[in-house]
Design a protein around this ligand. Sequence first.
Ligand code: FPP
Length: 233
Amino acid sequence: MTQRIKILPKHIAFIMDGNGRWATKRGLARYYGHKEGIKAVERTMLGCKNFGIEYCTFFAFSTENWRRGEDEINGIFELLRDYLNQNKDFFIKNQIKVNYIGVLDPFPEDLKSALLSIVDKTKNIEGLTVTFALNYGGRDDIIRAVNKLLQNNTKQTNEKDFLAILDTKDMPEPDFVVRTSGEQRISNFLLFQMAYSELYFPKIYWPSFNERQLEKCLLEYQKRNRRFGGVNK
Ligand code: FPP
């Protein structure tokens, strides 16, 4: 299967949309869409590992997701906390380094400690780096970076230095951004970092995403002609 993929993105980022609709279509509460969504995250991490991708990032909770009902928000936090607590060995066994972007302060302590413990346990792993975007917003990332510059009395900056103070400082810009569910929006994800990303919007709900779907995305990516504002040589 992997033979057909010749050009890989170094960094692939996912906007995991459609959990709620997946559940509603089955007569289930939205919670179950998120529950299945986590299984899709696990399949996708393993798929990325198998294909040899170096970085993958998942938009797990945005700065705007606080507008959802309290029950749904708490459901997502519980699912995430339980998943992280129960799967510490999964990340070690599969040699996956875990990272996060966003501001963790408003999250419950048990979720923060579950996440930070995995980040710490996997910090020396080389191979696939998985980043969870949590309470992350592209605008918020930019504003926090600007405030860092102001606090340091920096008078001038440039693109390279600015990238180095964003949450994503330790990873390359995403080559490929995939948003499931058919919606074609960026929804305040990695705004500055996405300037030249290839975008793809497969029409399936996130809980149905699997390695086969990932392969389809990668086949699409290698068809793209990335010029970065230049012309074909
Ligand atoms: C959008 O679907 C999805 C989210 C808000 C993310 C949900 C979080 C997870 C799947 C948990 C992530 C897990 C890990 C391990 C990072 P939606 O609810 O907006 O779907 P809808 O548009 O159909 O309502």
